[in-house]
Write a protein of this length. Sequence first.
Length: 147
Amino acid sequence: MISTLSNSIQALAAASIAVLTFLTLRVLRRYADDTKKIADVSSSQTENSQMPFLAVMLRMRPDNEEAGWGIENQGFGPALNVMYRISGRRSSIGSLSEGAIQATHGDIADAFAIQQPVLIDYESLSGKKYRTTVTMADTLMHRFEKL
């Protein structure tokens, strides 16, 4: 009788440990999922705070005379490996720091004259790729996309 009671207690204890272990694993799994979500959001916020944005601008001289077209980094981080493409022809301008402008007047003026878009491909510090597509119809239009 004592042996049967002892065996029953041991079986109940083993079952309780198994249930508690299962519940603990479920809680740890939820915790790990929440931690991953927090890390992903944090990474996304960091990327967005340092993201470059390249735009085509008509540059002006101090005397308010036009100086020509240029590509300007209006974002909050450097743009790396900057290349622009017009009518299938690619040109590289290296990197542009925050606020920097690269003069590209002839190429962009030619593209707008024949109503061709200017495609500008570049990367952020984290290696994410971006593209700005610029067209000129009645007004200057920019379309920004993450690749």
